[in-house]
Design a protein around this ligand. Structure first.
Ligand code: ACM
Length: 540
């Protein structure tokens, strides 16, 4: 371009931008504290002005920061999907001189942030998202999603300009492990369903998905050295359906997809009980050498691997090795619950050997709370679900606790007696039951340092589709997410229920078939989120 034309063009663009900027003055102020952010951030300070997100937005990342750039591109994709606008992602550490800017950067050395934390400073022309790690940026982006109208979650439905309230959010999680468990054994869920669940977890800043890959009713992960596990053991499900399993390629795809959203996969092979599908696939794993029939009912506690046959440990070694090889996360879940058909002495002998095998493949064990009876140390994790004495025994041995109290965190329980899905042995569990508990005060004798985090197990006896998953998962998972993320002092049911009510249109926009609990004041977005009307006004 000719230099003079270039100068003229720049001048005209600048003048246009200034005109646009002056129009922004017509936008009334917006109050950040009126926005419902779940999980609740560490601190939110509103400055009561407005940032206008329009086509001119430029997203900038400090030069050479490739991992942050990946996150910036993710944000650009979210915005593009919702608005149809291609936003530029450029390198640079300062605001653009015209238009508005969203800048991603690392904290200054004298202003450190916790590793997974972020600071989101929103001024009238500049949003600065500061984080020490890519996951911190990722969490900041989830917060930005929640500061935008619900239409951000729908393809092509968000009209620009969009108003974002100004202010400063500083935020980081209380616990490093914030998870959900999906049982793919009682009923099988395919890769696309699991990916959707991962999307939902990421939205609420959860970072772990535990996959319950085997149980009496089905074996769901390909093991090359023991192929019958899936061809036979994976061929049915509760109620006698056709079952299914993940090939190794499927599992790798899930792990990779999860990693992209900063979610770690924890594989579980439940043993020595809950093993009928394996026992049915290989007669030699049974003490009497006879393979039982496949099982499609819902009883528990009737199966056990033969703990005094060497072939059992060869089996465990092969299974753990093949799965551990595909699993970048630090954990391997060995199950260990409800082994009612295993003598206690045999159970402990088995668990000690299984634990050693897991360690030999470079992983740490997590086990349901009965595993506390094995020889544990500070590298192990006991998942509390049922017996406090097991949790305390684990802590005495130096192990860490993962908190999944069945009364509160089991999101497979019915909400009330009318729920169309779910079990009720630990419930019912309404939305407040799932929210009003704290990992530390749940039982005497434990401290926060004993706890790695929280997990909401979703057992699948009664569920078969993504819709079914959504109904039991939502909205309870949002409360579990907040327990894992937000300080106890900042969690109050009366305040939370209002914030949750404001997520109605967000869940709807994501297509989530959630349970509309009568305990929650569900609100249409327009009731509290004024941006849509203001945008119309601003367009005039
Ligand atoms: C369990 O619910 N059996 C861990």
């Amino acid at each position: 371009m000719d230099f003079r034309i270039s100068v003229l063009a720049t001048f005209l663009v600048g003048a246009l931008m200034l005109t646009t900027a002056s129009c922004q003055e017509t936008y009334p102020p917006t109050d950040m504290t009126r926005h419902s952010i779940i999980p609740r951030p560490e601190s939110v300070v509103a400055t009561n002005h407005t940032f206008v997100l329009d086509e001119g937005l430029s997203i900038r990342v400090e030069e050479g920061n490739e991992t942050f750039k990946k996150e910036a591109l993710r944000l650009a994709t979210i915005l593009k999907n919702a608005t149809g606008v291609d936003f530029d992602v450029e390198e640079g550490n300062e605001a653009a001189w015209f238009g508005n800017t969203l800048l991603l950067k690392k904290p200054a050395e004298n202003q450190p942030l916790p590793l997974s934390g972020y600071e989101l400073e929103i001024k009238e022309r500049l949003i600065t998202l500061t984080a020490s790690s890519p996951e911190g940026v990722f969490y900041g982006i989830q917060t930005i999603r929640q500061l935008l109208p619900a239409a951000i979650e729908k393809t092509g439905e968000l009209k620009t300009p969009v108003l974002i309230p100004t202010g400063i959010i500083r935020d980081w999680p209380q616990y490093g492990y914030r998870g959900m468990m999906l049982d793919v054994a009682r009923h099988f869920f395919d890769v696309s369903t699991v990916k959707r669940v991962i999307d939902y977890l990421a939205y609420y800043k959860l970072n772990t998905l535990h996959l319950h890959l085997s149980d009496d009713q089905g074996w769901r992960i390909e093991i090359e050295s023991w192929p019958n596990l899936t061809t036979h053991g994976g061929s049915t499900a509760v109620g006698g359906g056709e079952g299914g399993f993940f090939t190794k390629a499927d599992y790798r795809e899930i792990v990779e997809y999860a990693k992209g959203q900063h979610i770690t996969i924890v594989p579980e092979i439940d043993m020595p009980g809950h093993t009928n599908a394996a026992l049915s696939s290989y007669p030699e794993l049974n003490c009497d050498g006879i393979a039982p029939e496949l099982y499609t009912g819902t009883r528990v506690g009737f199966s056990t691997l033969c703990t005094d046959k060497e072939i059992t440990y060869q089996f465990v070694d092969d299974v753990v090795r093949e799965i551990a090889e595909m699993t970048p996360g630090p954990w391997f879940h060995v199950g260990g619950d409800e082994s009612h058909s295993t003598e206690q002495e045999d159970y402990e002998y088995f668990m000690n050997r299984a634990r050693a095998i897991v360690k030999s493949h470079g992983k740490q064990i997590i086990g349901w709370d009965e595993v506390a009876h094995a020889d544990l140390d500070e590298t192990d994790v006991v998942q509390f679900w049922s017996k406090e004495e097991n949790a305390l025994l684990g802590v005495q041995k130096g192990a860490k606790l993962l908190m999944s109290p069945s009364k509160h965190a089991y999101i497979d329980m019915k909400y009330d007696e009318n729920s169309r899905l779910g079990l009720d042995w630990a419930g019912p569990s309404e939305v407040d039951d799932a929210y009003t508990w704290d990992p530390v005060t749940l039982m005497d004798g434990i401290e926060k340092v004993d706890i790695i985090g929280v997990e909401a197990p979703l057992w699948a006896e009664t569920i078969e589709t993504l819709d079914d998953i959504e109904y039991l998962m939502f909205p309870r998972i949002a409360g579990i997410a907040e327990i894992g993320w937000t300080m106890r002092e900042d969690r109050r049911w009366e305040e939370y229920r209002v914030r949750l009510g404001q997520h109605r249109d967000r869940m709807k926009a994501m297509g989530i078939d959630f349970y509309e609990s009568p305990l929650v004041p569900w609100q249409e977005q327009a009731d509290y989120f004024m941006n849509i009307e203001l945008t119309d006004e601003g367009d005039e």
